[in-house]
Design a protein around this ligand. Sequence first.
Ligand code: IMP
Ligand code: MG
Length: 181
Amino acid sequence: MVKPHHIDILFTEEQIQEKIAELAAVVARDYLDKELVLIGILHGGAALLTDFSRALWKAGLTTSVHKDYIGISSYESGVDSTGRVVFTKELKNSIKGRHVLIVEDIVDTGRSLASAIEILKAKEPKSLETLTLLSKPSRREVEVPVKYIGWEIPNTFVAGYDLDYDEMYRTMPYIGSVVFD
Ligand code: IMP
Ligand code: MG
C-alpha cells in the first residue's frame, strides 16, 4: 500500500554517472586482461548494468565484457521484505570457468545478493565478485561480501534509477529518499 510521501533527492543524474565512472575505472584495472561477465539482478539493476557496462567500455574494457541477467524478487510490494526470494529469470549463457561480477543496485538485508552468490557459485565460475551502487550496512541481516561499493547510505528507503517504491519511480533519472509525510 502506498502511503503519503514525498521524495528528497539524494543523488543527481550527474552524481550517479560520476560514481559509475569511478567504479568502472577501478573494475577496468582489475580485469584488464580478462574476459568478464557482468550479471545484473532484475529488475532493480537494469539501469545500472547498462550505464556501468558503457562506463567500462569508456574505461578501456570493450569486447571482453559480456552481460547477462538473473531475475530475483524478494519484495512482493512496498518496503517490507517478505524474507522470501523468488527466481524469475535464468541466465542466458553459461558462466562455467568465466570471471563473473554481479552488479547490484542496492544491498539492504543482503539476502538477495547472498542468494544470487549461492546460485551463481553452483554454476562454477572461475571467479565471482560483487558490486553495488548503494549499500545500507545498518540493515544487514546476512554477511555478504561486496567488493565494490558506490555509496553507503543510512537506513532510508530510496527510489529512482530503476529502484521502485511499490513499482513507482523506476523511471525517475535520479535517486531520492522516500520520506513519509
Ligand atoms: P536485500 O535482499 O534486502 O539486500 O534487498 C535487495 C533488494 O531489495 C534490492 O536489490 C532492491 O531491489 C530491494 N531494495 C532494498 N532496499 C531498497 C530501497 O531502499 N529501495 C528500493 N528497493 C530496495
Ligand atoms: Mg536489486
